[in-house]
Design a protein around this ligand. Structure first.
Ligand code: HEC
Ligand code: HEC
Length: 354
């Protein structure tokens, strides 16, 4: 259902326009634009975009919206913003479990990677603010840059940045050009819950993307899983993580892990840490600056619903996605390159069972 208070600038009319495959909350082939430039000291500066024939600007925001309610508000990247990137929509199913992972669990995964690879692989954890608990921060785990830690924070951001719907966490639209509504547009209903609260409840109530059980049970897929582990893919695409115990207070005290999400083993095939595998998009969303060319290990659960791969969706086969791994993942990519045709096929069969 389209939001009534869309825009003035926006990307799509509903969360499910972008998060749909195969059910609401999944991912899709949608990409969105980010842009910026480097200042004279080499630090990233998010884009400033002139609109309304240069009479106004939208400043300090790396996201560039693809749509507007009226032509005067339409954003277009100026030539000066010469760092430009595409970002794919991400799966949100099962993200309540990801939110419930203890920070220390992510730290110990990072530590183990360093030991396993003699320092070659070193996932970076970034501390990001919890919007609903001002002054508090936690280890980011959502978004391609780990730019958010809590689902509510991400959702408040998404409601504004994807749809132009202002809410208690993001109370101001980025321009007044074409604006006719009063802020915040997302107000509590008769249950006392705003849309952003309902979205968070929805996502926290979803199950993780299920395995393709028939394929997963085949000897070929199981052989592929072994290969995935032996050649080192699982160093970053971590196969099992245990969530924090029920009743743990997280998100700076704003959320308590419920029974249904606590102490559960999940199989995300991700470490939720940032790595430079040579595909970085140059964008910095949270300090430090060295995150510019890093991306979060994308979780591989639900992979079989993705016909296009990587943050920019520019890989149209699994083989191409794996061959684009360089940097911290160069050795694993080379080991993949040395597999026999049958071994590669087994690996793809395993990946297609996720
Ligand atoms: C125009 C397409 C689009 C719309 C509409 C949209 N999203 Fe997204 N969503 C994305 C993209 C793209 C990303 C990845 C963003 C990034 O990291 O750069 C994303 C990421 C997310 C994530 C992080 C998932 C993870 O595991 O890291 C959540 C949560 C999310 N969106 C929720 C929502 C909600 C709730 C809405 C509706 C208020 C919404 N999105 C609307 C495109 C969209
Ligand atoms: C150093 C950490 C690291 C290692 C090791 C690693 N990956 Fe990745 N992988 C990543 C990151 C980071 C991304 C996202 C990069 C991007 O989107 O540009 C990714 C993305 C992918 C994707 C794309 C998924 C999608 O749909 O977008 C696949 C498939 C994948 N990896 C498989 C593998 C396989 C197979 C191996 C072993 C040969 C491997 N990876 C080793 C970090 C790693």
């Amino acid at each position: 259902m389209p939001a009534p208070d869309l825009g003035p600038v926006f990307n799509a009319r509903a969360c499910a326009d972008c998060h749909q495959n195969p059910v609401s909350g999944g991912s899709s082939q949608f990409t969105e634009i980010r842009a910026g430039h480097l200042d004279k000291d080499g630090n990233f500066v998010a884009a400033t975009v002139p609109i309304n024939d240069g009479a106004s600007t939208i400043a300090n925001r790396s996201i560039i919206n693809d749509r507007a309610l009226i032509p005067q508000a339409q954003e277009r990247i100026p030539n000066t913003e010469n760092i430009r990137a595409l970002r794919a929509a991400l799966n949100t199913l099962g993200d309540g479990f990801v939110e419930a992972i203890d920070d220390n669990t992510l730290w110990s995964i990072a530590q183990r990677q360093i030991e396993l690879s003699n320092g070659r692989i070193h996932g970076e954890a970034v501390e990001v603010p919890v919007l609903e608990a001002p002054g508090q921060s936690r280890i980011g785990r959502f978004g391609w840059k780990d730019q958010h830690i809590s689902l509510l924070s991400f959702i408040g951001d998404a409601y504004l940045n994807e749809m132009g719907v202002t809410n208690r966490l993001r109370p101001k639209d980025v321009t007044t050009i074409g604006k006719i509504t009063l802020d915040p547009e997302d107000v509590p209903d008769n249950l006392g819950l705003a849309d952003i609260d309902h979205f968070a409840q929805f996502i926290r109530g979803t199950k993780v993307p299920p395995r393709g059980a028939a394929l997963a049970a085949t000897p070929v897929s199981q052989a592929g899983e072994k290969i995935f582990e032996t050649i080192g893919c699982a160093t970053c695409h971590v196969s099992a993580i245990v969530t924090a115990p029920p009743r743990t207070s997280i998100n700076g005290g704003a959320f308590t892990v419920p029974e249904a999400l606590g102490n559960k083993i999940i199989h995300p095939y991700s470490d939720f840490l940032l790595h430079d595998i040579g595909t970085g998009d140059g964008i910095v969303q949270n300090p430090p600056e060295d995150t510019a060319n890093k991306l979060r290990t994308v979780p591989l659960w639900g992979l079989r619903m993705h016909p296009r791969h990587m943050h920019d969706l520019k890989s149209l086969t699994l083989e191409d996605a794996i061959e684009r791994h360089g940097g911290e993942a160069e050795q694993e990519r080379d080991r993949f390159g040395r597999l026999s045709a049958a071994e590669k096929q087994a690996l793809f069969t395993f990946l297609n069972s996720l």
